[in-house]
Design a binder for this molecule. Structure first.
Ligand SMILES: C[S@@+](CC[C@H](N)C(=O)[O-])C[C@H]1O[C@@H](n2cnc3c(N)ncnc32)[C@H](O)[C@@H]1O
Length: 284
């Protein structure tokens, strides 16, 4: 039997069916593909769409939140490259490529910036590799690995080859830590990564919160994601702030995501519909 899926569902994706590994379980909702669906992408399956539709029914703001998060990613990558001068990026929790991917934003600033993407979803790898065919290979690579084993990520030859740990690095943990359970020690994961970074490095982080929602919405979302390949663990401002231990937050600090250096000030309506905090910090 071939190691690749041949299912007709793949025909609606941007990846050819013969490039889809059988190891991808399309029957269980996956957060990366649910997120792709919120963003209007087509790289998702019936199980992902059903779970995402249920999440949207419980929390209609999910799509607005996802788009706002993507916009933050762009602003933060522009900040760390154009303003902080960083020339190498480790982006853990890449997501299925969509508009404004990290390497594309960074390469608008300087095409020589090196980007290493890490994700544990094989589907992300398939799509990201297809995207690399755009000529960004050489500066940009994508690796399948798990954030829950940060020491393994740091030791990977592909990471050591691409990233010079004597020079400042931008570490991106954008919309990923809320998929790590408390029992999996997300704080220790961030510390392990921080200890590998030299001074001048930056941490870019966004995280789901229920600080702005009612408890029923939170319960419904937790229930929906409990059936996905990763649970959703929203956290409070204080809990998310703890991830920045050892770093100095740059202005405006850890804030309601739309308020992180917006091009135009967010409206009250937009703010009320976004359920993430975001911040960027420097290692000094
Ligand atoms: C919501 S998407 C965020 C994508 C992108 N960072 C953004 O903000 O637009 C979360 C990504 O994290 C990945 N992910 C979740 N848990 C992970 C883990 N333990 N290790 C590596 N990647 C993980 C998912 O596969 C998914 O691609």
């Amino acid at each position: 039997m071939s190691e690749w899926n041949q299912g007709s569902e793949w025909d609606q994706t941007s990846v050819k069916p013969d490039r889809v590994p059988r190891s991808i379980d399309i029957t269980r909702p996956h957060p990366a593909r649910m997120y792709d669906y919120y963003l209007g992408g087509k790289d998702n399956f019936a199980a992902d769409r059903a779970a995402a539709d249920a999440a949207l029914a419980a929390a209609p703001d999910m799509a607005v939140t996802a788009r706002a998060n993507r916009a933050f990613l762009g602003r933060a990558v522009r900040y760390v490259t154009a303003e902080a001068g960083i020339r190498q990026i480790l982006d853990i929790g890449t997501g299925i490529p969509t508009a404004g991917n990290t390497h594309q934003v960074a390469h608008e600033v300087d095409p020589s910036i090196r980007v290493v993407y890490v994700d544990n979803d094989p589907m992300v790898l398939v799509h990201a590799n297809a995207l690399m065919a755009d000529g960004s290979r050489g500066t940009t690579s994508v690796i399948q690995a798990d954030l829950r084993d940060p020491a393994e990520i740091l030791a990977l030859p592909q990471v050591r080859d691409a990233i010079d740990f004597d020079e400042p690095v931008a570490l991106l943990l954008v919309a990923i830590l809320h998929f790590i359970k408390d029992a999996e020690n997300p704080g220790e994961i961030v510390s392990t990564l921080r200890e590998a970074l030299p001074k001048g490095s930056h941490l870019v982080l966004s995280h789901c919160t229920l600080d702005f929602s009612d408890p029923e919405t939170g319960d419904a979302l937790r229930e929906i994601y409990s059936r996905a390949t990763a649970p959703l663990v929203p956290r409070t401002h204080a809990e998310i702030l703890a991830y920045f231990d050892g770093f100095d937050l740059v202005s405006p600090g850890l804030v309601h995501l739309p308020s992180w250096r917006p091009a135009v000030p967010p409206t009250a309506n937009h703010l009320s519909r976004v359920h993430f905090y975001a911040g960027v910090a420097q290692l000094s």
